[in-house]
Design a protein around this ligand. Structure first.
Ligand code: PLP
Length: 449
């Protein structure tokens, strides 16, 4: 029996990433408020928010400083834009702050309102750059199976998940995918992590050579894959990939939408994994999820190309109404100030070993095949048979059942394709709350068995 609010929801809303064929029976989980790492439903029931919302509420809920920053900017100047050279102080100050934080040489910052728009901008600017450089054939974009980069036509094409392609007439031509760096699931018997990484780098190289290096523009990757299964890469992976990209002058774009701003215990995931991207996309934790904001770093060669093209075309023909929204920028500035002042990133590095120890202990559970992660993100895979890694029948919906049991235990985690369960709590989670999270997840697994 659905509550009044739930019934009204079912009658009126289309929910993203929801099975709309069963939703009318299950109905929504209606959340009403939050505090710290806890959220409360419309009946007042608490849940430990083990997914930081959607991998974003790094500072937890009800952070009054963020509320005040938004409120102050709302009262002072709720909206202006960055079109035609107009500007405002929160955008300027935030761009300066981000430029300093970037782990790669950065000339400028371009703001968007989401991760999808950030990655879509990456695709467009890659094409634009290669036109400016007089190599119009160099346009293909390579990403990975199970990579997640968003839902626009271009970013859903980059995404490597069936649900984003089947019946959507995607990927578009020119968007190619290479193997997923998930050692547990895709390595051959006895293959070491290094050997598996080398095989994936060789596969990338073979694809570039087959397509022709002068047609391949960019390679896009998340440091740790999020929506594809919370998958940490195998040893040596990015160094080997980087060597291939360098060899064929292929631009490297890091999708830091989840890993940016501390998730792996470094400001950006690229630092934790030794990646040297040409540009990176960010969103989510830049505002701790309190306001929609994303963006990308622009390196000097790209900036020069934008200037050249503007001279030719009369304008830089890209941007949305809310690029660099003043309230979002004010909240981001406050968020980053808190990250620095409260040593949030260092705190993640300190807590991560304990978090990962509690996560990997779940690998002893009879239905858990793998439990692995990095920093404060982790994924576990539910299997029907541990020794053969055989999976449950897809219809069993075993990960979804586990997540439902977790919810009944007062814990929010997320199920993902491939019978994976992701954990990605707010970065401010305490030691005791890490215990609560994994105790509840363990009980949910017991009930799933
Ligand atoms: N890139 C990554 C790595 C993501 O995890 C997401 C969203 O989860 C996106 C891009 C898309 O961001 P958005 O949902 O803000 O458009």
């Amino acid at each position: 029996m659905l509550s009044n609010l739930a019934t009204r929801d079912v009658e009126t809303l289309i929910h993203p990433y929801t099975n709309l064929s069963t939703f009318r029976e299950t109905g929504p989980l209606v959340l009403e408020r939050g505090h710290g790492v806890w959220v409360y439903d419309s009946d007042g029931r608490p849940y430990l928010e083990g997914m930081a919302g959607l991998w974003c509420t790094a500072l937890g809920y009800s952070n009054e400083e963020l509320v005040e920053a938004a409120s102050e900017q709302m009262s002072r100047l709720p909206f202006t834009h960055l079109f035609s050279g107009r500007s405002h102080d929160p955008a300027i100050e935030l761009a300066e702050t981000l430029k300093e934080l970037m782990p790669i040489p950065t000339s400028k910052i371009f703001f968007t309102s989401s991760g999808s728009e950030a990655n879509d901008t990456q695709v467009k600017l890659t094409w634009y750059l290669n036109n400016a450089l007089g190599r119009p054939a160099k346009k293909k974009i390579i990403s990975r199976i199970k990579g997640y980069h968003g839902v626009t036509v271009a970013t859903a094409s980059m995404t490597g998940l069936t649900a984003n392609h089947a019946d959507w007439d995607l990927p578009l031509p020119g968007f190619l995918h290479v193997g997923c760096p998930h050692h547990y699931r895709f390595a051959e018997a006895g293959e070491t992590e290094e050997a598996f990484s080398q095989r994936l780098a060789d596969e990338l190289e073979a694809l570039i050579l087959r397509e022709g290096p002068d047609t391949v523009a960019a390679f896009v990757a998340e440091p740790v894959m999020g929506a594809g299964g919370a998958i940490a890469p195998p040893a040596g992976y990015f160094a080997k990939i980087q060597a291939v990209l360098d060899r064929y002058d292929v631009r490297f774009i890091a999708d830091e939408v989840i890993c940016g701003f501390g998730r792996l215990g470094t400001w950006f995931g690229s630092e934790a994994l030794g990646m040297r991207p040409d540009s990176l996309s960010f969103a989510k934790a830049v505002t701790s999820g309190y306001m929609p904001l994303g963006g990308i770093s622009i390196d000097e060669p790209l900036y020069k190309a934008l200037v050249t093209q503007s001279a030719k075309l009369g304008t830089f023909g890209h941007g949305t109404t809310y690029s660099g929204h003043p309230v979002a920028c004010a909240v981001a500035l406050k968020t980053i100030e808190i990250y620095k002042r409260d040593r949030i990133v260092e705190g993640v590095a300190e807590k991560a070993p304990y978090f990962q120890a509690r996560l990997s202990a779940l690998a002893d559970h009879p239905i858990v095949g793998e439990a692995r992660g990095l920093g404060l993100i982790g994924g576990l895979e539910i299997v029907a048979d541990k020794s053969s890694k055989r999976q449950y029948e897809p219809k069993a919906g075993v990960a979804a059942r586990c997540v439902a049991f977790a919810q009944a235990e007062g814990l929010i985690v997320r199920f993902l394709a491939g019978d994976r369960v992701a954990v990605c709590p707010p970065l401010v989670i305490s030691h005791d709350e890490i215990d609560t999270l994994f105790d509840r997840l363990g009980r949910a697994l017991d009930r799933t068995e």
